[in-house]
Design a protein around this ligand. Sequence first.
Ligand code: CP
Length: 308
Amino acid sequence: MPFELKHLFGLKDVSKEDIITILDTAVSFREVLERPIRIVPTLKGVAVLNLFFEESTRTRMSFELAEKRLSSEVVTFAKSSSSVSKGESLRDTVRNIEAMKIDVIVVRHSSPGVPRFLAAHTGCRIINAGDGSHEHPTQALLDILTMRDHFGSLKDLRVLIVGDILHSRVARSDIYGLKTMGAHVDVCGPSTLMPIDMEHFDVNVHYNLEDVLPDYDVIYMLRIQKERQSKGMIPSTREYTSMFGLTMERLKLMKPDAVVMHPGPINRGVELDYEVADSDRSLILNQVTNGEAVRMAVLFLLSGGSER
Ligand code: CP
């Protein structure tokens, strides 16, 4: 099947075939990352702009590395050192980007929909690196690859996403992508941190973590996203941790072969105990490693490459 996506806004409407193509292409790029010289000329002459209006460690660094490993021309925009802080509008920023002959834009922004706005107003290929509480598709793709690596298949894999579902773009993208791949996904967290339209996601909603921990293969912990919460959504961090934090005691309730995942950044001692994050049940650093290969695959495929 040819890869036909022009932009990656989210995983809601991405087919199983396209997800498999991205994962398989990422696996072939992992081989490049094992070489002594980790660079290929695949995207020579392609100009990529990393347009980050929000903070990022993992996503921005792994996109930058992926772009450099593919030999593309890389420009990185950070809001704090740009003319946005002097009042320049997004529209004008975009018009200036157009004038600089950019081919691909990787964008992170606090407003849902900015990736589609850029696609409508530029001729560039757009990759969403996280837009508000909407979607974070490359995070979900690297999560799905990490689960496929570990379990061999996603079919009927049971995944529980725990925490601040309401504000989580990662939860949305993971639910869409994992369900497309045949996994069973449910969520758990405080009722105040559940979207009111949860029925549209076709998942079961749980409110007691200890009751359901034994039923899943993957426990996917989320950060409490204080930057997107209004006051009073949880009584206190300590109370949240007492009900939804994954401690070593709770880890013992999980299936013997179940694993723990987290998109990062981790709030150690809040959603995850220190020992859980570093335990042999944690795939958190595997997720980070897969991030680079998945982003190489997405850049390559959206720039017109076919499966390698
Ligand atoms: N998981 C993730 O998006 O991390 P960053 O915010 O550090 O990019």
